[in-house]
Design a protein around this ligand. Structure first.
Ligand code: NAD
Length: 685
């Protein structure tokens, strides 16, 4: 049999192998191949069928390329049904990942044998859908309500060991095919013939509450829970029909489209790490503060030798303590042992006061204070201390990367790597291409990003790059709404309702008002031409010393850690409205969302127009992974596309008519609307 499904018979047992590299997805050809293999097995009158995958995967799910298309026969539920009702028992030899449709196929088998390293899961809700080939009906019959709620409702992926404990797999074996050939199964009923799981109203209620907390605004997890609940009271066929209907419904939903968009964007961003460059074995990190310690810790974890540089002895001590805290935390959370942590630090991490005794290194990353002169001095020292082949990177948040590079002997090896805090946790990495950065330097940095399992996004040089530039614009827009009549608590609540993890004022209280203040000062906002300066935040810092949670007062008052609106802040806001001659008015919630999000989109178009980002999807990734924009809305650019760019244009024109200084239609947006294009058509290169 040719094609992606192989068929062989030995000693009366059919071995059906799915061979659809790289990860054996259930593409149309695979579904056809499975149907043909089952026909052949039936014709041969075999006593058993063993189903397995070639390579390292069993079946990793559906074919992403078919996600948005209409289903084509044979449908997966039909294959699954055929397996379950096949005259001879079918046994799954789960040699590697069995995910989504792959696990649904395995569930329909009479028994499941997993390799020790296999992973299993039904992660459909993370793509805005529910399992569509029986997963929500068979899994609870097999393992009970609780484990099914956790696996399907959360889209959790588990290891073979846990799967065996919950009864999802019958046994673990290093040669699952050999075991699948011989495991006794005569008395075993098909999964679909098992009795319905016991109802448990409390468990369902708790799962719903948890889903609402964990993924607020998302439909699919709640639908999945409904379907699992239905399994407790509907006969299998009715449950399956309901599941299929829900699946087809969700598949074409806005949320599924958004989550698919993000999935593909992440995949192509991460693929950049595999496109060349060289592997680094040693690195220098300058500055062991919040960011530098996290970066050093992440690099050491990859097996890279790291020399951490501080200016003076107290700096070295602080850096040591910062790194030690990260290791202690990892030990506490069971990610490593105290012995392994100590050994890793002893062999691969050294601390240095100044540059005198630095070993040569392949890569150097600077994470010192956000100050142009300090950074330039650091790079001039690195230029002298390190070989001319060492790649030099700055972790600046806003500063002009081209200026930092001035004076380097070999500026082609310089670039920006903008990590997010905490650097060893956050997946986003803005990779900033300076005017002089060479292709080789970029490729090596992207390769390192790949090893760090980051999502790298290329950005050009401008103030704040992609993310902080949009953040600045977003906050400015919110401040203007305060001036015109809104209050911080309302803005925060409404934007949380839209799906942001936190409102803009809550975030500032968390990170400290002094940080943004220093940045506004550096940018000269107070006197900047063509810019509407809103003094509220500056007055809070200068006149009240309210710096956020760390001073127990910021945009909010804090009592026992609990935030409540502040009369003092409201008074400053009202005073500034008066001073600007504005009669305060009430703001409908929709207007707050429209203004805040449209501001992000307008800035996004400018960023594209200036070539700072090459691809609207990159802007979406930055805002989702760096600034907690709701993933299920697909990021601001995708969201704009769903709303329709003509609507975005109309909004900007309306806002511009009221406030010419703050709003303006980017040419790129006007052209896109004229040509009937969506954001996805604006990708370059
Ligand atoms: P931090 O104050 O926690 O750490 C800075 C460290 O640099 C300190 O330990 C200090 O002793 C050391 N240092 C200062 N001057 C030095 C010099 N000349 N040589 C060697 N060491 C020196 O600051 P941070 O939050 O880690 O930020 C560092 C950089 O990373 C800044 O450019 C910042 O803008 C950027 N950044 C910060 C964040 C964040 O969320 N904190 C996120 C992304 C980027």
């Amino acid at each position: 049999m040719s094609g992606p499904v192989h068929f062989a018979v030995a000693d009366g047992v059919a071995i059906v192998t799915i061979d659809n590299p790289p990860v054996n997805v259930t593409s149309h050809a695979v579904r056809q191949g499975l149907a043909a293999a089952l026909d052949a097995a039936e014709a041969a009158g075999v006593s058993r069928v063993v189903l397995t995958g070639a390579g390292k995967t069993f079946i990793a799910g559906a074919d992403a390329r078919e996600f948005a298309a209409a289903p084509v026969e044979p449908h997966l539920p039909d294959i699954v049904r055929r397996i379950e009702t096949f005259p001879a028992p079918v046994v799954a030899a789960i040699n590697g990942a069995a995910l989504g449709g792959g696990l649904e196929i395995a569930l329909a088998c009479r028994a499941r044998i997993a390799a020790p390293g296999a992973t299993l899961g039904l992660p459909e809700v993370t793509l805005g859908i529910v399992p569509g080939a029986g997963g929500t009906q068979r899994l609870p019959r097999l393992v009970g309500l609780g484990p099914a709620l956790s696996l399907i409702g959360e889209g959790r992926i588990i290891q073979a060991q846990e799967a065996e404990t919950m009864g999802l797999v019958d046994a673990i074996a290093t040669d699952p095919v050999a075991s699948a050939r011989t495991i006794p199964i005569s008395a075993r009923p098909a999964t679909g013939a098992l009795p319905a799981p016991q109802p448990d109203a409390e468990a369902i209620k708790a799962a719903r509450q948890q889903a609402a907390r964990r993924s607020p605004g998302q439909i699919a997890p709640l639908k999945a829970i409904d379907l699992i609940e239905a399994a407790t009271r509907l006969p299998l066929d009715e449950g399956l029909a309901l599941e299929r209907e829900t699946f087809l419904d969700l598949k074409t939903s806005d949320q599924a489209a958004a989550l698919r968009h993000v999935f593909f964007a992440e995949r192509s961003a991460m693929a950049q790490g595999k496109a060349g460059g060289r592997d680094i074995a040693s690195a220098v990190v300058v500055g062991g503060g919040n960011m530098g310690a996290g970066i050093a810790y992440a690099l050491v974890g990859l097996g890279i030798s790291v020399a951490l540089v501080e200016n003076d002895a107290p700096g070295v001590e602080r850096a040591r303590a910062n790194v030690a805290r990260l290791y202690a935390d990892a030990v506490k959370r069971g990610k490593t042992t105290a012995e392994a942590a100590a050994a890793e630090q002893a062999t691969r991490l050294s601390f240095h006061e100044g540059y005198g005794a630095l070993p040569p290194a392949d890569f150097a990353i600077e994470a010192v204070f956000e100050d142009m002169e300090v950074k330039r001095q650091v790079f001039s020292a690195l230029d002298r201390a390190l070989p001319e082949t060492t790649i030099l990177a700055t972790n600046t948040s806003y500063l002009d990367v081209n200026r930092i590079a001035e004076g380097l002997r070999h500026p082609g090896r310089f670039l920006g790597l903008h990590f997010f805090s905490p650097a060893h946790v956050m997946k986003l990495l803005e990779v900033i291409r300076a005017r002089t950065t060479s292709a080789e330097t970029l490729a090596t940095a992207l390769r390192l990003a790949g090893r760090l399992r980051k999502i790298p996004v290329l950005a050009g040089v401008c103030d704040g790059f992609i993310g902080n530039r949009i953040l600045t614009r977003y906050r400015q827009t919110c401040d203007i709404m305060l001036l015109e009549g809104a209050l911080p608590a309302q803005v925060d609540q409404v934007l949380r309702g839209f799906g942001m993890a936190m409102g803009p004022y809550e975030v500032q209280d968390l990170s400290g008002l002094d940080i943004a203040y220093a940045n506004r000062k550096r940018l000269g906002w107070r006197t900047k031409d063509g810019f509407r300066y809103i003094p509220i935040a500056d007055r809070i810092v200068e006149e009240t010393g309210r710096l956020g949670r760390k001073t127990s007062a910021g945009w909010y008052d804090y009592e026992g850690g609990k935030a409540s609106p502040s009369a003092q802040i409201d008074a400053i806001v009202a005073e500034e409205s008066g001073r600007a001659g504005i009669t305060r008015r009430s703001f409908p919630d929709e207007e707050i969302v429209a203004r805040a999000v449209t501001a992000m989109v307008e800035e996004g178009f400018r960023i594209l127009e200036e070539g700072i980002a090459a691809n609207p999807a990159d802007i979406d990734l930055v805002m989702i992974h760096g600034y907690a924009f709701p993933r299920w809305r697909g990021g601001p650019m995708h969201y704009a596309g769903r709303l329709g760019l003509p609507e975005i244009l109309r909004r900007i024109e309306t806002f511009e008519a009221q406030d010419k200084l703050s709003w303006g239609v980017p040419d790129l947006l006007r052209r896109a609307v004229r040509d009937g294009l969506g954001p996805e058509d604006l990708k370059r290169g």
